[in-house]
Ligand binder design. Structure first.
Ligand code: AHR
Length: 639
């Protein structure tokens, strides 16, 4: 493609590099995560067995069924009381009355909407099991087709006793066509009675971590170049009630000792992805944790009074910070070391609660102050984030202390973002707290809010129209990157199977075996991978194109982000001021198409960025933006 030459077109986008230029935070692009839409269980957390500890439902062994093949006879019964330990309090009793080598009888698990079976792959299975006196096994542990006719991988467990024992085995598949139409089963070849207390199956994980994360999803996250991970929520940190908050101490240690808890999005979390796994997830992405601590308010309205009542929760947060960042000779740093990670994690940011403007008791200011004072007393280097920012009325915000940073959330329709973005943050007090936009996302239809049931009737991930809204808002945040230090889209993940989700739109969709990015995913990737360390002032005139520009001070490379929300192409005069030397060659990345276009699990590549080159670039030239487009122009200047 050739850049047009200097037409006297009126729509103009001016980029001014004359300086002085504001520095931008290297932490600007990150990710936000919580257990929602089966983000972890049935998502990123690679466990394949659903209801692995038989705790999901007190009345039925959800996801488990009886296997009776070729005349084999088995029955199963949930025992909600006789579990293997004081955390895993339930078990499944399997009674086999007739079985043989060709008559497998036992139980099967259907997984999270299927079990992904891949060729030439080693799976790790583990069980807590015991048997009636005198029965020692074997148990046949296998991955089979849904109809039980094809065995993909199989192994044996022997040596059962009347006491609970742990059994590990490796299952290896051979040549096969990848499928999710499979089940994981445990069968007997002879009559006997067995109790199962915990049944787990993992495929290979990212970095080979035991109890680790799904490789394909991790690759998609790493590809976004995130610099931080905000966790564990969102609503997930708060819980519906104080008892069901993210109680971090219950999420560490051996997974066979984690009871799990009801998450506020209506299903049980195994807590298999617990505090240490979040931290290792950060480490694996080369990102820093932005740790949200429970702050004494839960979603159904309970709050803990500031003062002595709140003190134990403040202590819990201090200990959590020590678990994350303390040396291995501190009490909780030692516990982290014992859990397998002696080195402390880098931690700079702690957020106190989540969306505390919902707390109608008005206690947040005093709760925040109590956390703030304690955190600063022990960890003066930490930046403490208030959950009530400029998107909320002045009166709702914290006044008794000056938070280091405040968190703003924006779930807006694309048209709303298009209207608000040009002025967004322009008049914010530059002497006030720094800003973290900890949750934001565009949806297409202003009448359908992301949390409403109607949103669940729409496709799980958004169309290009939403990506245009996301991109204008990202450009607005980049323009204000002197004040906005971090920002992240939410929610990040969605299992696209029916019934799996509670919120829409979401950035990345998946089922048991495949993943895909929404157009918004690609828009964020385009922005986050092309970001300098200085923000350049820009001005748009006579155009509805919105944009931003940053420069890499070491290389002189200039990144111009432009969004054309119109159904017609836009010839735009690009005027570059104060750029010492400009190469005539540049490159572009373009995301464009019909605004209704979307990616889907079976059609993942409909809206994806296209790379191209530009020649005859000058300090003043015409660049024509395609209709409905997000464009990143990468120009080579001199530092
Ligand atoms: O991102 C989904 C939810 O939106 C978060 O849990 C909550 O913080 C917000 O209301």
């Amino acid at each position: 493609m050739t850049a047009g030459c200097c037409l006297a077109a009126e729509p103009t986008f001016t980029v001014d590099a004359t300086g002085p230029l504001a520095k931008v935070s290297p932490m600007f692009y990150g990710l936000m995560t919580e257990e929602i839409n089966h983000s972890y269980d049935g998502g990123l957390y690679a466990e394949l067995v659903r209801n692995r500890a038989f705790l999901d439902d007190k009345t039925a062994a959800e996801a488990w069924s009886v296997v009776n093949e070729n005349g084999g006879e088995a029955s199963m019964a949930l025992d909600p009381t006789n579990g293997p330990n004081d955390q895993l309090t339930a078990s499944l009793r399997l009674n086999v009355t007739r079985a043989g080598k060709d008559q497998p009888a036992g139980v099967a698990n259907s997984g999270y909407w299927g079990i992904p079976v891949l060729p030439h792959t080693r799976y790790h299975a583990s069980l807590l099991a015991r048997a009636e006196p005198g029965f020692t096994g074997p148990l046949i542990v296998s991955i089979v087709s849904e109809d039980g006719q094809t065995v993909y991988a199989s192994g044996k467990v022997s040596g059962l006793t009347a006491q609970w024992g742990k059994f590990d085995l490796s299952l290896k598949t051979g040549r096969l066509t990848a499928t999710t139409k499979a089940r994981f089963q445990i069968t007997l070849e002879q009559p006997g009675t067995v109790w199962l207390g915990f049944v787990s199956l993992f495929p290979p994980t990212w970095n080979g971590r035991p109890n680790g994360l799904r490789k394909d999803l991790m690759q998609m996250l790493v590809d976004m170049n995130p610099k931080f991970l905000r966790f564990p929520g969102g609503n997930y940190v708060e819980g519906d009630t104080i008892d069901t908050r993210f109680d971090w101490k219950k999420t560490i240690g051996p997974i066979e000792q984690r009871h799990g808890h009801l998450c506020p999005w209506g299903y049980r979390s195994t807590d298999g992805l617990g505090l240490l796994e979040f931290l290792e997830w950060c480490e694996d992405m080369k990102a820093e944790p932005v740790l949200a601590v429970y702050a004494g308010y839960s979603l159904k309205g309970a709050h803990v009074n500031p003062g002595p009542d709140l003190a134990p929760l403040v202590q819990e947060a201090l200990e959590e910070i020590q678990y994350v960042s303390g040396a291995a000779d501190t009490t909780w740093g030692a516990r982290r070391a014992a859990d397998g990670h002696p080195a402390p994690f880098k931690l700079q940011y702690v957020e106190v609660g989540n969306e505390d403007w919902f707390d109608r008791s008005g206690s947040y200011d005093a709760r925040f102050a109590q956390f703030y004072d304690a955190i600063k007393a022990h960890y003066p280097q930490l930046k403490v984030i208030s959950t009530i920012g400029n998107d909320q009325p002045e009166t709702a915000r914290v006044h008794s202390r000056k938070p280091d940073m405040t968190d703003e959330h924006y779930y807006n329709a694309t048209d709303e973002f298009l209207r608000m973005a040009p002025e967004y943050a322009r008049n914010y007090d530059r002497g006030g707290p720094e800003i973290f936009v900890g949750e934001w996302a565009a949806h297409e239809d202003a009448k359908i809010k992301p949390w409403e049931p109607a949103a669940r009737q729409q496709p799980p991930t958004p169309s290009l129209k939403a990506a245009l809204g996301d991109a204008v808002f990202m450009a607005a945040m980049e323009r204000n990157a002197d004040l906005i230090k971090m920002q992240c889209y939410a929610p990040l993940l969605v299992n696209v199977n029916p019934g799996a989700r509670q919120w829409r739109p979401d950035l990345i969709g998946y089922d048991a075996i495949s993943t895909y990015g929404s157009p918004s995913y690609y828009a964020i990737q385009m922005f986050s991978r092309n970001f300098g360390d200085q923000v350049l002032p820009v001005r748009a005139a006579e155009t509805s194109v919105q944009g931003a520009a940053t420069r890499d001070s070491r290389t002189g490379e200039i990144f111009i982000k432009l969004v054309n929300p119109n159904p017609a192409s836009e010839p735009l005069r690009l005027s570059l001021k104060g750029i010492a030397k400009l190469s005539a060659k540049a490159s572009t990345i373009t995301l464009a198409g019909d605004p209704e276009d979307s990616n889907l699990i079976l059609e993942p590549g409909k809206v994806v960025p296209v790379n191209s080159t530009l020649s005859q670039v000058k300090p003043d030239f015409i660049y024509t933006l395609p209709p409905n487009s997000v464009v990143v122009l990468k120009l080579k200047g001199r530092p």
